[in-house]
Design a binder for this molecule. Structure first.
Ligand SMILES: Cc1cc2nc3c(=O)[nH]c(=O)nc-3n(C[C@H](O)[C@H](O)[C@H](O)COP(=O)(O)OP(=O)(O)OC[C@H]3O[C@@H](n4cnc5c(N)ncnc54)[C@H](O)[C@@H]3O)c2cc1C
Length: 467
């Protein structure tokens, strides 16, 4: 078995296969870059270790809980502080109204208090309570269409867009509600009012979340999420993990496939799992499966970057009493969001230093790509001074660029996935896993890897050569 790509998706697939098949099948993972982890990168910022890609793992998914337990990492997890977040809107950092889910408020009063909306915007949002059920529900509405049609354009622009930008680096007007916020899409179909629907959903997920995990919804690892990568890779030998040699081609052989690498290795396998970005999978499959490759090549990505900065504590003019802030695209800022890491993560709290981690870049906004690291740090710092009133220069700064870093589940993503799955059914032994398909977050990647690992195991154990 060959797995191409050593990010969380490839490593979790390898782990799952090793657990279920033991020594009865050889699993080889090929990673093209010089290190494992893909988007999971932990770097040093002065004396602190900072995640420059994902910094939090959603644990209320059975697959993630099981993986953390399997790897013996439960004792190393740490939960974020129970603080709210803000939105930088019209010159001020305003609290995200309590009770908000995916940017949808469940009560009117906190929304009024946040002053995020104008009186007209508030009145329009309140119409959700009396508007009749939507008569013709689109097959695959965008997030903005789904929420804006009930709560108005201001809720969409000032509450939903910043949250969607923070998580997906995307635009609510383009992203498929069915593929990015499936729970909200389901409730919008079943309940007349989004306010009431969101209250029901909140009650349900509070009960089931508590039952499923009994712990915090989000965690990180002290020392950074690279600890997860190291734990996943630890049981494998150098023969099983080929790092620094990229897959260059995949060809079919009598039964199964041959993966050729840039260094000229020929790896024969009954099954090949592509755990690489969709554009790389498209390139690798261009000769072998041209129709599938074309579908994969249609996947749109946003270019993003993170900028982590540390400041002397004395640079703060007020308390760090939130986890950070998000910025709506209508503000025209470079910043998409800023995590107040020192406040969010207890292990990064420090009497003398304040650490913030900013993100820039979202679909339709590539301005940051024209800036070199120093200019990018300067621009981000200038915006932080405006937003937070910082009074000193940063003492350390690191920039991590993620060109084509965030896959976008645009309207039509679900249908494209159906066609991708149809093509895969005609290519036995070929599997796709990763952020481009069934969820961008680490938890979704882990669940997807479990699904693929299980499917391969089932077929091997049942004696059929592949799926
Ligand atoms: C800035 C940022 C912040 C994020 N924050 C969070 C967060 O807080 N929480 C969360 O849950 N998610 C977050 N995400 C999303 C999450 O990190 C990613 O979706 C996830 O890590 C993707 O994992 P993957 O294994 O599918 O792909 P990747 O991590 O992209 O791994 C693919 C691997 O394939 C390798 N590769 C590529 N081509 C080849 C080849 N030809 N041969 C061999 N190997 C190859 C690459 O080098 C890479 O290692 C964030 C993403 C970004 C960019």
């Amino acid at each position: 078995m060959v797995i191409v790509g050593g990010g969380i998706s490839g490593l979790t697939t390898a782990h799952r296969l090793r657990e279920s098949l033991g020594d009865s099948a050889q699993v080889v993972l090929v990673e093209g870059s010089s290190q494992l982890g893909g988007k999971i990168v932990t770097r040093r910022l002065g004396p602190h270790l900072i995640d420059s890609g994902p910094d939090a793992l959603l644990t209320r998914s059975p697959a993630v809980g099981a993986l953390i337990d399997d790897l013996g990492l439960a004792g190393r997890t740490t939960a974020p502080a129970a603080l709210g977040a803000r939105i930088w809107s019209r010159g001020r950092l305003r609290p995200i109204p309590s009770g908000t889910m995916f940017g949808i408020p469940d009560r009117v009063l906190p929304l009024v208090a946040s002053r995020l909306l104008s009186p007209v915007g508030l009145a329009r949002a309140a119409l959700d309570l009396v508007l009749p059920r939507r008569r013709r529900f689109p097959v695959d509405p965008s997030v903005a269409d789904l929420i804006g049609s009930r709560l108005g354009a201001q809720v969409s622009a000032r509450l939903v867009e910043p949250l969607i930008g923070g998580v997906h680096a995307g635009l609510a007007s383009e992203l498929s509600a069915r593929s990015t916020v499936p729970d909200i899409e389901t409730l919008a179909r079943s309940s007349r009012s989004l306010y009431f629907g969101i209250r029901r959903l909140r009650r349900r997920s509070a009960t089931s979340g508590a039952k499923a995990a009994g712990g915090p919804a989000l965690v990180t690892l002290e020392g950074g999420l690279i600890g997860l990568v190291e734990a996943l890779a630890a049981p494998f030998t150098d023969e099983d993990l080929i790092v620094g040699d990229a897959a260059a081609d995949i060809a079919r052989r009598a039964s199964g496939y041959v993966v050729t690498t840039t260094a000229g290795r020929r790896l024969e396998a009954d099954a090949v799992v592509l755990a690489v970005p969709a554009y790389t999978a498209a390139r690798l499959l261009a000769r072998l499966e041209p129709t599938l490759a074309e579908l994969l090549a249609e996947t749109v990505y946003a270019d993003v970057a993170t900028v982590a900065l540390s400041y002397p504590r004395s640079a703060l003019v007020g308390p760090l009493d939130a986890t950070g802030f998000l910025v709506p695209p209508e503000e025209g800022r470079l910043l998409v969001g800023c995590t107040w890491s020192s406040a969010k993560w207890p292990h990064l709290a420090d009497d003398r230093t304040v650490i913030v981690r900013c993100s820039v870049g979202r679909r339709g906004d590539r301005r940051w790509t024209a800036l070199d690291d120093d200019a990018l740090i300067r621009r981000v710092h200038d915006e932080l001074v405006e937003a937070m009133g910082l009074t000193a220069e940063p003492t350390h700064g690191i920039v991590q660029r993620w060109p084509r870093g965030m896959p976008q589940y645009l309207v039509g993503h679900g249908d494209r996935m159906t066609r991708i799955d149809e093509r895969l059914r005609t290519a036995p032994g070929l599997h796709l896993v990763g952020a481009a398909y069934r969820g961008v977050g680490l938890a979704s990647c882990v669940a997807d890897a479990e699904r693929v690992g299980e499917r391969i195991t089932r077929h091997l154990l049942s004696g059929s050569p592949s799926d």
